[in-house]
Design a protein around this ligand. Structure first.
Ligand SMILES: [Zn+2]
Ligand SMILES: [Zn+2]
Length: 355
C-alpha cells in the first residue's frame, strides 16, 4: 500500500482559526493503525474545541480536531494482529492510559491520566489529533470493525449511539415497560429515544422545540412528542403516568432550564441521566434526590465498550441513523460545514465532512 508523504488536514492554527493545509501523514507507532478517513461527523462539542480548546488541553499550531469518524485501514504496526489492511473501521475517540485504576476497571473515558499523552492517553479530536484529515493514526483498541451493512456515513454516528448506551448502562438500562422521557431532539436525543424503544420501554416520550426534529423522533419510534413551546411537559408526563412520573429521564438538551425541570416529572425511585454539555452549574433540589430515592448519573462520552454494542443494532437496521445525516461537505469546505451545523441551516442535524 503506497501512502503519500503528505495529506490535507484541517489544522487549528490558533483558537478560532481552522485552516485546511498540507501536513505530513502521521507515522504509526507500536499498537497503531493508519486509517484513511472516509468521513468525520461534526459533533456539538467541536465548535467549542475549535473556538477555545477543551479543558485547557487542546494544543494549537498543528492540532487536527474531529472525533466521530470512519475509514479504511491502510497500514498496521507489526504488533497489531486483530486488524488488517483493508478493514473498514469506526474510530472510538478515547484511549485510556491502560494502567491507572479507572482504566484497569474499564472506565477508560475517565482515565486518571487524562491529557497525559506521554502516559499513553489519547482523546482524538480533543487533545490528540483527530479525523478532519485524509489520514489518522489510531490505536488498535480505538478501532471497531464495520460490517458491510453499515456505511461509512452511518458508522460515523456510532460514537453518539455508544454515548447514549453508556448513559443507559450507568442509569441501570431501560427495564421492560418503563416510561422513558428524552429531553432535547438533537442527534443524541433522537438516538437515545430510539434505543429506549429497542430496549423495551413501554412508552417513549421526546420533548423539544423544533417540530421538524420531533417529527423525525416519531419516525424513529417515539410514542409521544411534546413541543415545550405548546404544552406543559410536567403536566403532560404526570397525566400519562397516572400522576406518578417517568421511570427514567434522559436529559439531552444541555439547557439549564430543561435540566432543572426533569426533577419535576421523574417518579419516586426514578433515574435521571444527564447527557448534555452544560455551560454553567444548574441548581437542583437535592433533598428530593434523598427523599425520593433518585439515581442521578451521566456518561462521560462513549465508554465501557458500548460502541461495539451499537454495531449489531445499526447493522440490521434496528437503529437507523440515516434520517439524522442531513448535510455533506468536502474537507476544503469545513468552515462552511461548521457554520451550517452551528446555524442549524437547512434543518442541519449531523453534518459530515468528507476528506
Ligand atoms: Zn462527539
Ligand atoms: Zn488511565
Amino acid at each position: 500500500m503506497n501512502t503519500p508523504k503528505t495529506m490535507k488536514a484541517a489544522v487549528l492554527v490558533d483558537y478560532g482559526d481552522l485552516r485546511v493545509i498540507e501536513v505530513p501523514v502521521p507515522e504509526i507507532g507500536p499498537g497503531e493503525a493508519l486509517v484513511k478517513v472516509n468521513c468525520c461527523a461534526i459533533c456539538g462539542s467541536d465548535p467549542g474545541v475549535i473556538a477555545r480548546g477543551w479543558q485547557g488541553l487542546t494544543p494549537v499550531g498543528s492540532f487536527i480536531p474531529g472525533h466521530e469518524f470512519t475509514g479504511t485501514i491502510v497500514a498496521v504496526a507489526p504488533d497489531v494482529i486483530r486488524l488488517k489492511v483493508g478493514d473498514r473501521v469506526a474510530v472510538e475517540p478515547h484511549k485510556g492510559c491502560g494502567r491507572c485504576e479507572n482504566c484497569l476497571r474499564g472506565l477508560y473515558t475517565t482515565c486518571l491520566n487524562y491529557g497525559n499523552l506521554a502516559m499513553g492517553h489519547r482523546h482524538m479530536g480533543f487533545i490528540s489529533n483527530g479525523g478532519y484529515a485524509e489520514y489518522a493514526a489510531c490505536f488498535d483498541s480505538m478501532l471497531h470493525k464495520l460490517p458491510d451493512s453499515i456505511s461509512f456515513e452511518e458508522g460515523a454516528i456510532l460514537t453518539i449511539a455508544a454515548t447514549s448506551l453508556h448513559g443507559y448502562e450507568r442509569a441501570g438500562w431501560v427495564r421492560p415497560g418503563e416510561t422513558v422521557v428524552v429531553t432535547g431532539p438533537g442527534a443524541l436525543g433522537l438516538i437515545s429515544a430510539r434505543l429506549a424503544r429497542l430496549m423495551g420501554a413501554g412508552r417513549v416520550v421526546l420533548t423539544g422545540t423544533r417540530e421538524e426534529r420531533l417529527a423525525i423522533g416519531r419516525r424513529m419510534g417515539v410514542d409521544t412528542t411534546l413541543n415545550v413551546k405548546e404544552v406543559d411537559v410536567c403536566r403532560a408526563v404526570m397525566e400519562m403516568t397516572g400522576g406518578i412520573g417517568a421511570d427514567l429521564v434522559v436529559e439531552c438538551s444541555g439547557q439549564a432550564e430543561a435540566a432543572a425541570e426533569v426533577m419535576e416529572f421523574v417518579r419516586k425511585n426514578g433515574r435521571i441521566s444527564f447527557n448534555g454539555v452544560y455551560q454553567a452549574p444548574v441548581t437542583l433540589p437535592l433533598n428530593k434526590v434523598v427523599q425520593w430515592n433518585l439515581l442521578i448519573t451521566g456518561p462521560k462520552a462513549e465508554g465501557l465498550w458500548n460502541l461495539e454494542r451499537a454495531i449489531p443494532l445499526m447493522a440490521d437496521g434496528r437503529l437507523d441513523v440515516k434520517p439524522l445525516i442531513t448535510h455533506r461537505f468536502s474537507l476544503d469546505e469545513i468552515n462552511r460545514a461548521l457554520a451550517t451545523f452551528t446555524g442549524r441551516e437547512g434543518g442541519a442535524i449531523k453534518v459530515l465532512v468528507k476528506p
